[in-house]
Design a protein around this ligand. Sequence first.
Ligand code: FES
Length: 479
Amino acid sequence: MSIWKKEEYNTNTLNKNIEVNTLIIGGGLTGLLTAYFLNDTSSCVVEARTIGTGVTKNTTAKITYLQSDIYNKIKKLTNKENAKLYLNSQIESVKDLKNLIEKEGINCDLKETPSYIFTSKKSKINKLKEEIYFLKKNGIKVSKSPLPIKYKNYSSYKVNDTYTFNPLKFITSLYEVLNTKNIKVYENTKVLNVKKENDIYICTTDNFTLKAKNIVYTNNYPSFVFPLLMPLRTSIEKSHIIVSLASKYKNFSCINIEKPTYSCRFYKENNKIYQISLGSSHNIAFKQNDNKCFDKVIREFKLNRCNIVDKYSNTDIITSDYMPLIGKIKNNMYISTGYNTWGMTNSILGAKIITDLIKNKQSEYSKLFNPKRINKSNIIKFPYYIFTGLYSYITSKIIKNKSWYKKNIKVHRTLGTDISVYIDEQGIEHKVKNKCPHLGCGLIFNEAEKCWDCPCHSSRFDIDGNCIKGPSNNNIKIK
Ligand code: FES
């Protein structure tokens, strides 16, 4: 369960065939922000579940341009001009999000919150200094400053003009703003099929058809493979979040520059103070026991187990050059994804770029973030993506009964089909097909969150086989 809880609002589900100018698939931050900037009553958003329940609800919600050591990574994998342009895009996005919240009077606990980066490894001090040098050279005021919490580190730096907020309060208010503008957001409306006829996209759900001139995918990981070839240009990072009660509110956010990632921030609501700590980040291809990952976060931040109120994992798409994939995939079809864990700034950036592209306006960033771009980073990382893809697929097929599984999880083959059984606390058996409908990988049981996770592209299914996270569009139920 995430710390960000749903607010009350009137929901809306598609109940007839419709025809629109632009259909936005995915009701997270990017989807609703795209609808907001398009400001076209002949556009709509469709969301397979309810708004903000995908990646949005699991974010730590840091609105910052201080993003670990991302600028030096971009510089090394592409060039310094790109790194500078990416920095500019992030600074602008921080301001854009703040301005939008103020303009629309959105109550989402927005707070100016200094951001810190640090290293816990002596060997990484020079790397940290390189990042600081880049920022200072590009006009950012950075100061050496000790971390406001006790956490092992050798050096830490701080910037201002960054923020934190509550993303679900934000998205619910934005939904209301769209409602007042008569821009529709349909929940529990899953697009199952898209085809093109005479320049119009025909999208089908379980019961209805949506016709659209433009389609925008904002649903994190698209279910289609071509023409974007996401598995060959991205990897997926899983991280584990612990929410614990704290005695004192500290207004800061921090992140280290080495792997695995550790970061934290505080949040105050209803006279309670929460520390949101994230860690144990790893490529999902190299599967790890989720319970052990949560334990590592608890140990790293020296959290008191009695104070823990929530724990959950999140997955983020990591691109080969650490910049998002935003733009046109083919005629009148667009995508915004691949945020490299920096979804707050990149969602508004994606929404603005796609709006410009649809309205035939120039965007200084459209070339940089072109989703089909090929640069040095694609070539360097191509063998890694092939290796991790095959490794993930093969190991998920061969190693069925993980040594970390308890006795209540079994995976076996019956009549040529891999069947998995989870036996709950009441002794009830929950059987599912152990094959991901996306590209066929085997599934791993996540004992901490009681669900089946795909180690290839992070689809997730509940214990009864209902798909609760894509790219899979289908369930793994046994009929
Ligand atoms: Fe792609 Fe499972 S095979 S998400």
